[in-house]
Design a protein around this ligand. Sequence first.
Ligand SMILES: [Zn+2]
Length: 230
Amino acid sequence: MPLYQPRHNLADGTLCSEGDAMTLLRPGSGWIEVITGPMFSGKSEELIRRLRRAAIARLRLQVFKPALDDRYAKKEIVSHSRWRIPSVAIEGSEEVLEKLDPRTEVVGIDEAQFLDEKLPGVCSHLADLGKRVIVAGLDMDYRGVPFGPMPELLAIAEQVQKITAICARCGAPASYTQRLVPSRERVVVGAEDVYEARCRRCHEPEGAVAVENPWLFEPVEENGEGDALG
Ligand SMILES: [Zn+2]
């Protein structure tokens, strides 16, 4: 008998209105939702909005974010518009499983692009356990290169919402993050003073120095066990 007994995963109705595929899910089955797009597109707002609705529906929540992101606070996720919700800082994605309360029904993960390559497996496991997993993260880095575990997460998610910002240069819908300071580092933590949203036409990736490795943290080799396509 599993310790976790799902009660009313669809109670908040979010997915019924936002993703047709979700209406096919039977109560008790978990799933993965991904919210992605460039900086300033409102990913954290959308994540917090969904989590607030789940809280109103009296679902048990746990929220995690990489310890790296200390932009505003360590113990909560905060959107650019200062909405906030308590969160647990983690160093690696497997910490989500270590710190998981079996009774948790909804798991939120913010800034997922900074986590390691095990995150898609962790999220799949959570969904298999019957949890609703809501992940927010940048799909591309400042050069337009897919970021960390996000491509695989986007592939395995039941529902993906890709949202745009507004191009700071021309006002068009923006899907890219433009870095405004010269740096070879993949991650320069900051917000308005370091980055702005740009559309495809206005994005200038060539100003940046290419980095070979798309991972912020080196993927860990597991005893000769390559990936499925290896
Ligand atoms: Zn533009």
